[in-house]
Write a protein that binds this ligand. Structure first.
Ligand SMILES: [Ca+2]
Length: 207
């Protein structure tokens, strides 16, 4: 399983580069003890819950409730992120779970709103949206994710964890955990003519 190890090393290199740059930091991404840092939209609430996406007894998740009175209404929680680099590509992702036994139905998705000022001020430059996971299996953790490119003038981004409810009645709850907003740094696109960063391992051949 050499490929897996090589991939792991590549991932570490990307993360080290990311954290070394210190650009975008999500506050309270893993909901260890509370939901501080996450602010609610209208018709939504959030509470801390001990259910953790990785089964970690020392952590939990944010349980978001959609109370929308509009059919197909999306609402949820948000956090503003500074340190955005214009034209940079970002991976946005979060674990999500819709508890079973609920009378209403729906799903989760992520939204990024770009701003040309710091701390989500100035002009709203538009949205990036993850496709979400339609008709998710109840009580199973899944991963919402998407890639978004920051507009050239963007300096900050508002990250939204959203719950969509199909019905205009009742409520729908969903857990979120392990939120990530990571700049994608392509280590070597062969521009240098140097292939040292690449392995020629055959993934179909085991060691
Ligand atoms: Ca957690």
């Amino acid at each position: 399983m050499r490929l897996f190890r090589v991939s792991g090393l590549f991932l570490v290199a990307v993360l080290v580069t990311h954290f070394a740059s210190g650009q975008v930091v999500v506050s309270n991404p893993g909901f260890d003890v509370d939901v501080i840092g996450w602010n609610v939209f209208p018709e939504a609430s959030i509470v801390w819950n001990p259910l953790d996406a990785l089964g970690n007894s020392g952590s939990g998740s944010g349980l978001v409730t959609n109370m929308s009175t509009t059919a197909l209404g999306g609402t949820g929680v948000r956090q503003c992120l500074d340190g955005i680099t214009g034209l940079a590509e970002y991976l946005v992702s979060a674990n999500a779970l819709v508890p079973g036994g609920q009378s209403e139905t729906g799903y989760t998705y992520l939204v990024v709103q770009w701003y040309d000022g710091l701390s989500c001020t100035g002009t709203n430059l538009g949205l990036g949206v993850s496709p979400g996971v339609l008709n998710p299996t109840p009580d199973v953790w899944y991963r919402d994710w998407g890639t978004v490119e920051a507009p050239s003038a963007a300096q900050s981004a508002r990250l939204l964890l959203m719950v969509l409810k199909h019905q205009d009645t009742g409520t729908l709850e969903a857990h979120f955990d392990n939120v990530e907003f990571i700049e994608i740094i392509f280590v070597d696109g062969f521009e240098s003519g140097d292939t040292l960063g690449w392995s020629s391992v055959n993934p179909l051949r085991s060691e």
